[in-house]
Structure formats: C-alpha cells, structure tokens
Design a protein around this ligand. Structure first.
Ligand SMILES: O=C(O)CCC(=O)C(=O)O
Ligand SMILES: [Fe+2]
Length: 697
C-alpha cells in the first residue's frame, strides 16, 4: 500500500528544515518512489480503460444527444480508472491527487534538491552526487547547484560514475545519436536509433498523459461552472489540455527552455529519408505516409509518395503506421473537444502542435490561434534565452568562429564547406550564366551604381543546364552545395527541427572599373534579413515588405581575389561594428535573420566577389517552391545523363583533396535521389576531423 507522494514529500521537507537528515532522506526517497509507482499505475490503468475507443467508435443510441453520450463515456471511464487505481494502489485513488504546485515540483525534480543536501549531511556521497546531478540536469540555470556540482567535482571521494541521472529520459540520447548518424550519412544506424527513440517517445508521452488524471480539481485556471455537468466537463477539459501539453513536455529536453518543434513528425521526416537511402522503399513509403498524416499537403512528401507508389506498384498499398494514425486521430479528437469547450465555456488553450489543420479551429478563435502559434514560434527562436547548438559532425568542416568570437548572438563561421575545385566549378557556373541570370529581380545594380550585381537561382541554373548554356554538373553542384549548407545550419542552430529553403541564389558583385575613386558607399547597406531596420529607434520592425518568415541566413563564399567586400555585423544602430568576416572559398557564415544581426558588405573596389546567398525558414508553408521544381529537373536530367557518367566513377576514392575530382562530391541530403550512386570513399572515413558542437563556448 502506497502512501500518497505529496504527503510524504511534505513530511520530508518538514524533516529537512528540522535538520533531521535521516528522516528527511528516507521520506524524500519514499516520496519519489511513490510518485513513480503512481505514474506506472496510471499508465497501466489508462491502457486498460482505453476510453479513447469509446469516443471514436460506436456512437451509442442514435437518439442520445452529443452531451449525453459524452458524459456517459466520461463517467464510464472515470469509474473504470477509479476501480483500477484503487486496486493497484490499495487506497482510495483520490488520495493520490496532488496539488498543481507539488506536481510541478516533481516535474522540475525539486525533491532531488532537498535529497542531495540530506544525503550529503549523512555522508552518503555517491547518492548525494547522483541526486544533485539529477536535479541539475533539469535545472542548469540553478546557480547554487552549479556551485555544488563544482564542489562535488573537486571532491576527492567522488567517482565520475556517480554523476548519474536517476530520472534519465533515455530517448534524448538515442534521438540525438540518430540525428548524428543521419548527419554523417550513416542512414542504417540513424534509422535504428530513430525507431528506438520514436518508440520511447511514444511511451513517455503515454506516461505523461496518464499523469494528467491526477490533476486536482482546483479550478485554478478557469472559473468553476455551477452545474454538475459543467463541473465534470470543465474538469475533463482540463485533463485534455494537460494531455495535449504532454507533447511539449516530452519534446523539451531536461534543462532546455523550449521544446523541439514537431518532435514526432520530425522522426518520420528523418526516417523516411534514412530508409530511402538504405534502399528500403517500403519502409520509406510508410514513413512518408505517416508524415503526411501530420502535414497532408506537404508537396515534397507527396511527390515522394507518388514516386514510391509508381515504383512499388499500386497493389502494394502504402499506409501510415497504425499507431500513428491512432495518435493523430486521438489528438485531433481531443483538440476538437477543447475547441468546442473554448467556444462555449471560454478559457484558453495553447495548441502545442503546428500541424493542427485550420479547419479544426472554430472561426471565432482563428485569429487568436494564429497569434498563439506565432508567439510560440518566436519564443522558440528567442535568442536571449539560449543558444542551442546541435550535434554537428560533418566531415572536414571546422567552426572557425562562434557567437562569442563574433561578438553577438546566433552567428557562426564554418570553413572548408567546399573544396577549391568546387569553388572553381561554381565560379565557372557564375561566369557562364553571367548576364542571363535573374539579376536581382531584374535590377543590375540594386545596391550601388559602382558594382554590377548578378544573381542566379538554382532553378535558373538547371534550366540553363538543360539547354546547354552551362555545365550540367556545375548546376547540380549549386544544388548540392546549398543543401549541404542547409544541413549544416540546421544541425547547428535548429537540431531536430526541419529548416526549409526560403530563397537561394549564386550572386557576384563586380567592381565597375574606373568608378571606384573616392567611393563612399557600401556594396550592401546595413540591413537585417527578416525585419526593417530602424537605426534611429534602435528597433527592427517585423512587418512587410520584410521577408518576415526567414529565420536563418547563410552566405557560402567562393573566392577572395577581390578588393574590399568583407561582411560586417553591427549593433542595432547600424554603425557600431561588432565583427567582420573576410570571404574566402568554402567559408560559410550563418546567423539568425532578425534584428540581433544587422549586417552589411564593404564596397568591392576591384574584381569580382561571388557567393551563394541562402535564406532558410522554419515554417513549411514558406518553403521555396522553385527549389522543388529544380530538384525535379535535376532528377530528370540525371536519368538522361546516367549513361555518360559511368566512366567517371572510379578514380575518386583515394583523392580527398577534391582537386582532381571530376565530379562534385556526392550530394548529401534530401536532394539526392535514390537512383543515384554513391562514390566510393568520398564520404566516410579518411578525414576524422569531426566536430562535436560544444554546449558552452
Ligand atoms: O554577401 C554577403 O556577404 C551578404 C549579403 C547579404 O547580406 C544579403 O544579401 O542579404
Ligand atoms: Fe543580408
């Protein structure tokens, strides 16, 4: 028979303040144990009382009203749960309902903070250290504990193995390992890890949801309704909101401030590509179908589905995973109920999922819903809160400068993203396309009359390749180089969140001869990429005509044989320079696109400065359409060119310099179609100069 954890906790804390260490330690440990037992019991009972099925299926007597059916189910389920929990816990289940504050304490691992002190006083050093570590993981900003941890680290008797997380959520490690494999193109290992993580994530989600039953009916959030039905409904809605909130909880790594967006769909996004790469089309198709449950209009995925269907044949009907179908249906059903209640009973709801279809939100709440989504998105991007740096293990690439060295936030410089020969090829492409490109929406000198400005988009490059104006491989290289940069930026700044292309072009700025003397202007005036810079007001307005949806910017430089032309960052005043970056071949500078990163380019006074300018967005609705067209063109071209390539394939293996390589390095990332062949030795092994992103720089 379990004592309720909140009572044990209260007694434990009381003993703590009375400095009765043995009693405090014992009670706190029992509280933690009781809490985990309760979680387990709730999970098991919830499974047994599978109320969900009731809401989904059989509509009950046709005559019964929606309300009657609704309450019947709620009551039925409550009864079942009560009975089940009573049996398991050997007590009246309502005894196990803790207040919201205490629940939050347990979620924040607060009991471990008391526990570590008590254990330390009892000279149980090992246990004290693991309790401290467990607390610290979820509260890294806790200064006192930071100090304590440092002390523990210096203490003679402490073994390194004692720094254990007693409440480890194992899926984070597994997930990150999966992403890491993915980033270095080890797709088989990536798939294994991601499947494992997905399984664990779904279990953790059920665990979290089960705990929602324990909410006390304290009506903190909304006014209690007077009638019994209303009271039941209000409570049930609260439970539903709590369950929905679990999505964020499981997607927030302990110690992180914000959740990994779209955690579950992201798994399928990665898995689809990984399976595709290892040649398992059936599983890839299944993952694509599962992803489409969340984003049924995702063009990229739909296109992939069409390809799979064509290849696998219509007979092999491809369907999403059943558990994910159930997951999505259940989530939508709960949201529907919540929105229904919002409309009729009032209240608030922050939908945790970006994929909720618009139709589901009642007309009267749409405006508010959008505001909330936007707020959520901005919160996730909030630069002040934290800088997330994900796993980054691209072969050969180095981080030359980070935000600290660049005197700002969310800025980074990578080197060796391209080899010299790749830069040469891309410069040749720029030259061949010169004058035929897009200009800059048609203008030759949008920023300064002293320079000629030529831009070339990926689609235009492939079109030019198709009609023979430029080299086919060079055009493909443009696609691949930009995809490689995308992956780097994604894994550095938004690990686990998909970063989409917003706009890409290869752009050269050429000094106009004889017009450079006494020149005072810039090649590119100071600006921010997603807002309108107002240096006087020291503000940046996120409003049209700014490209508000751009979240990250990257510039991949191709050469350095020109005068002037360095990139520089400033403060919001547009004049105080905080950092400069000298372009050179293979150097990628990347930064968040907002007001925290105003930047400009010094005048190019001699020669020609070429770079691939890249903008990325987190929002799939703003993903670039042209890019997909370009990818289709590339695939078509590949099939046509297949024959003429077979000879080139062999001699790359030993040569990592790339100088002699007749072909761009094997494309990385989504752009590669499954039919393409991998070149031996070009991607793995030889150059172990891997980079682990540091947590703190
Ligand atoms: O080319 C560069 O270094 C920066 C270009 C830039 O800031 C832009 O095009 O928005
Ligand atoms: Fe810019």
């Amino acid at each position: 028979r379990q004592s309720p954890y909140d009572l044990l906790y209260a007694d434990g804390v009381r003993a703590y303040f009375a400095r009765d260490w043995p009693r405090a330690a014992e009670l706190l440990q029992r509280a933690l144990h009781s809490y985990s037992q309760l979680r387990e019991a709730r999970r098991a009972c919830q499974g047994r009382c599978a109320e969900e099925a009731g809401f989904a299926g059989s509509p009950g007597p046709a005559a019964a009203s929606w309300e009657t059916r609704f309450f019947d189910r709620v009551l039925q389920r409550a009864e079942c749960l009560g009975e089940c929990l009573g049996r398991r816990l050997g007590a009246e289940p309502s005894l196990h309902r803790a207040s919201r504050e205490i629940q939050e304490d347990f979620e924040q691992r607060e009991p471990y903070n008391y526990l570590q002190v008590a254990l330390f006083q009892l000279k149980k050093l090992d246990e004290a250290v693991s309790a401290a570590h467990t607390f610290f993981i979820a509260n890294p900003q806790h200064l006192q504990m930071r100090e304590d941890m440092e002390k523990y680290q210096r203490m003679a008797g402490v073994k390194p193995g004692s720094f254990r997380d007693l409440q480890a959520t194992p899926y984070w490690e597994v997930y990150e390992a999966g992403v890491q494999h993915y980033n270095v193109d080890e797709y088989l290992q990536a798939a294994v890890k991601l499947e494992e993580s997905l399984k664990e994530v779904l279990l953790a989600l059920e665990d979290c949801r089960a705990l929602c039953e324990g909410l006390q009916e304290d009506g903190t959030e909304e006014e209690m309704q007077p009638g019994l039905y209303e009271a039941i409904a209000a409570h049930y809605i609260q439970v539903l909101k709590c369950r929905q909130h679990c999505v964020l909880e499981i997607a927030t790594k302990p110690g992180r401030v914000s959740a990994t967006d779209d955690f579950i769909p992201a798994h399928f996004d990665l898995l689809q590509f990984a399976y595709d790469q290892v040649g398992n089309q059936a599983l890839a198709a299944e993952c694509a179908a599962s992803y489409l449950l969340f984003y049924p209009a995702d063009e990229m995925m739909l296109e992939k589905m069409r390809q799979y269907q064509a290849k696998l044949g219509e007979r092999a009907s491809v369907t999403a995973r059943e558990n994910i179908q159930r997951y999505v249906q259940r989530s939508l059903r709960e949201k529907k109920l919540i929105y229904y209640a919002l409309e009729h009973l009032g209240g608030t709801f922050n939908d945790p999922d970006p994929w909720t279809p618009d139709e589901l939100v009642p007309e009267s709440l749409k405006e508010k819903h959008r505001e909330n989504q936007e707020k959520q998105r901005l919160k996730n991007l909030d630069v002040g809160q934290q800088e997330q740096r994900g796993p980054l293990t691209f072969e050969g690439i180095t981080i030359t400068m980070d935000s600290l060295q660049l005197n700002g936030s969310q800025r980074v410089v990578f080197d060796r993203v391209l080899t010299d020969s790749e830069c040469k090829d891309l410069l040749r492409l720029a030259k061949a396309a010169g004058g035929t490109g897009d200009g800059y929406r048609g203008r030759q000198s949008p920023h300064t009359p002293h320079e000629r400005f030529e831009g070339l988009t990926v689609l235009r490059a492939l079109q030019l390749a198709q009609d023979g104006t430029v080299n086919w491989r060079d055009a493909k290289l443009l696609l691949h180089a930009s995809e490689k940069s995308r992956k780097i930026v994604e894994s550095y700044f938004t690990p686990g969140k998909r970063l989409h292309f917003s706009f890409t072009h290869l752009v050269c700025r050429t000094a106009v001869e004889g017009e450079q003397d006494g020149r005072m202007d810039l090649s590119h005036p100071v600006h921010a990429d997603n807002c309108l810079l107002d240096p006087e007001g020291k503000e940046c307005w996120r409003e049209p005509p700014a490209y508000m949806f751009r979240d990250y910017s990257g510039i991949l430089y191709l050469n350095d044989d020109f005068q002037g032309g360095s990139l520089f960052f400033t403060e919001l005043d547009a004049v105080t320079i905080t950092a400069q970056v000298r372009p050179k071949c293979g150097r990628l500078v990347a930064f968040s696109s907002g007001g925290e990163n105003p930047h400009g380019v010094w005048a190019v006074t001699r020669g020609r400065r070429c770079a691939i300018a890249l903008w990325y967005t987190l929002s799939p609705e703003h993903a670039e359409q042209e890019r997909m067209e370009a990818e289709v063109l590339m695939r078509q071209g590949d099939t046509e060119q297949e024959q003429s390539y077979t000879d080139d394939e062999v001699h790359v293996g030993a040569d990592r310099s790339g100088e002699a390589s007749p072909e761009p390095p094997v494309p990385k990332g989504r752009a590669r179609s499954t039919s393409q062949r991998r070149m031996p030795g070009s991607e793995s092994g030889q150059q172990p100069q891997e980079l682990q992103a540091r947590d703190e720089l």
